[in-house]
Design a protein. Structure first.
Length: 362
């Protein structure tokens, strides 16, 4: 099959799926979000923005029943019909298998009104998603984009042939060695990407700025950086560890790390660890950033807004996660094109569930 036919097929499939999603009405329904875990928490801003306020959360984990999320009660799925006059269930999970298990249970419970939460959100933003599809640079990227959206709307697995290695370094442009390059790692975690960067670049770079807000991760990051400095004979002054988050502007926040090692996230309440948030335009003023990676638990859009001048002035390579919030898949590409229309954009997916989707701007 020719690339042109594949492209037309992917475009038509995506257009049709989003058309059907756009026709869904929530009028007269009591919304219940089935999934009271981290995926829903990360998507909170988009859920609130789209006014998908649930009457209840439902979850299969009995330990959560009776607790509250966002000041909304978490109930057993068996209670949904008894507690809601006309329930419509929105399935929220980053795991395709879990989504299918929930859908199977809904069918067994004789529910007819249910959808994946992404279906509702993306149906409302068909035009933006199709704009992003059309601006992607290569045909493989367009086909993947369509596959990701359709899979997340239908609850199907991500096909193995769409999963790529070399996360954050997928495109060849991100692998070239440059002795003047300044690398900024937003969400450095325990230094895994910094180590990957040094290996791919064979130790050829100018400076590294590694931002990480979780104190425990910072300890591990520091130990790893010390080892890497010794192994690569790197002067201390060339790798900077900054304990803090990255966002729209300088401020403070509270974070917690209660999601099983998947990363720290900002909380709405004054609990957990207090940390600083840095706007990169201020913190790295006049620093010619050459490559920026971001995996910061749903705050990627805010980070880019706080990096607007760097993007306009220096046009750094960008490898930015776009899977934490449903809206990121269209908001982030459209923002980058607005900030610097010279960017070429592609997308790659680096894991077998609905996580680890990365936008590459180069």
């Amino acid at each position: 099959m020719s690339d042109k036919i594949i492209q037309e097929t992917a475009s038509n499939l995506l257009d049709n799926v989003l058309d059907k999603a756009a026709d869904i009405s929530l009028a007269g329904h009591d919304i219940v979000i089935w999934g009271a875990g981290n995926t829903t928490d990360l998507n909170k801003e988009t859920i609130m923005e789209e006014k998908l306020f649930p009457c209840f959360f439902a979850d299969g984990d009995s330990k959560k029943w009776g607790n509250r999320k966002w000041d909304i009660e978490i109930i057993s799925p068996d209670e949904i019909k008894a507690r809601c006059a006309n329930p419509l269930v929105l399935v929220s999970s980053a795991n395709a298998k879990t989504c299918r298990e929930i859908i199977t249970k809904l069918k067994e419970m004789k529910f007819s009104d249910y959808h994946m939460i992404d279906e509702i959100i993306w149906g409302r933003h068909k035009e933006e998603l199709m704009s992003v599809y059309n601006m992607l640079e290569c045909e493989e990227s367009k086909e993947l984009f369509a596959h990701l959206i359709i899979s997340r709307i239908t609850g199907e697995d991500i096909q193995e042939n769409y999963v790529s290695e070399n996360q954050y370094f997928f495109k060849k442009e991100f692998k070239f060695r440059n002795a003047k390059e300044i690398f900024v790692d937003c969400g450095a975690y325990v230094g895994d990407t910094v180590e990957q960067y040094l290996g791919i670049k064979e130790g050829v770079f100018n400076e590294i700025y590694a931002f990480e807000p979780d104190p425990g991760n910072v300890i591990a990051l520091s130990k790893r950086i010390e080892r890497l400095r010794n192994e690569w004979n790197i002067a201390d002054s060339r790798i900077h560890i900054i304990e803090g988050a990255v966002g729209k502007e300088n401020s403070t926040c509270f974070i917690n790390n209660d999601i099983g090692g998947l990363g720290a996230k900002i909380t709405d309440t004054a609990t957990g660890n207090k940390t600083k948030i840095y706007g990169l335009d201020t913190f790295l003023e006049d620093v010619p950033v050459g490559f920026l990676k971001a995996d910061i638990e749903g705050y990627e859009l805010d980070m880019l807004l706080g990096t607007a001048e760097i993007i306009r002035k220096h046009r750094p390579l960008l490898a930015v996660c776009v899977y934490h919030q449903s809206a990121d898949l269209y908001k982030i590409p459209l923002l980058l094109k607005k900030l610097n229309c010279d960017y070429r954009l592609d997308i790659a997916h680096h894991y077998y569930n609905y996580t680890e989707t990365v936008l590459y701007a180069y």
